[in-house]
Design a protein around this ligand. Structure first.
Ligand code: AMP
Length: 143
C-alpha cells in the first residue's frame, strides 16, 4: 500500500467507525474514536482514529490535525492515569513500507513501566477477553 493509495472504505477501522465491526471503545468525541488494540504490544494498548476518512498522517486534511491531536492527548492522559504508567509510548506508521497494516490513520498509545519491554509491532498475540474488558473499564474510569 503506497502512501498515496486512495482510502479504502472497506478497511477494518472504517467498518468499526460505521458500527459494522465491534470494538472495545474507550472514548469517542466529534473528531475521534479510541478503542483497545486486540493484539496489544502491552497492557492498555489503545488506538485513536480520526472520524475523517484519512489513510495516513500525510493525507489527513491539515485543518483536521489540531482537533484530532487534542483528542489523542486527552486519550493519552486517561490511558496513562488508568495504568499509573511511568511512561507512554506513542507510535504511528505510514504506508506498508513504514510498517502500517491498517490503512486508516491511527495513533498507538502504549502505557509503559520501568524495566518492562515492549512487544514488537505486529508480533503480539490476541489478548484475552477478560484482560481487554478489565483494561477497557480502567481507561473508561480514568477520564
Ligand atoms: P498499524 O500496523 O500501525 O496499521 O496498526 C494496526 C493495529 O491495529 C495493530 O496494532 C493491530 O493489532 C490492530 N488491530 C487490527 N485489527 C484490529 C481490531 N479488529 N480491533 C482492534 N485492533 C485491531
Amino acid at each position: 500500500m503506497h502512501l498515496s493509495t486512495p482510502y479504502d472504505p472497506q478497511n477494518i477501522f472504517a467498518k468499526i467507525l460505521r458500527g459494522e465491526m465491534p470494538c472495545l471503545k474507550v472514548y469517542e468525541d466529534e473528531v475521534c474514536l479510541a478503542f483497545l488494540d486486540i493484539f496489544p504490544q502491552g497492557p492498555g494498548h489503545t488506538l485513536v482514529i480520526p472520524k475523517v476518512a484519512a489513510t495516513n498522517l500525510l493525507t489527513l486534511p491539515t485543518e483536521a490535525l489540531g482537533p484530532y491531536m487534542t483528542s489523542v492527548q486527552k486519550v493519552a492522559r486517561a490511558v496513562q492515569r488508568a495504568f499509573q504508567a511511568e511512561g507512554l509510548t506513542v507510535l504511528q506508521f505510514n504506508g506498508a513500507a513504514g510498517g502500517q497494516t491498517v490503512f486508516h490513520l491511527h495513533f498507538h498509545l502504549i502505557p509503559r513501566q520501568e524495566g518492562v519491554g515492549l512487544i514488537g509491532h505486529g508480533q503480539a498475540g490476541k489478548a484475552s477477553e477478560e484482560d481487554l474488558i478489565s483494561h477497557q473499564a480502567a481507561i473508561l474510569a480514568a477520564f
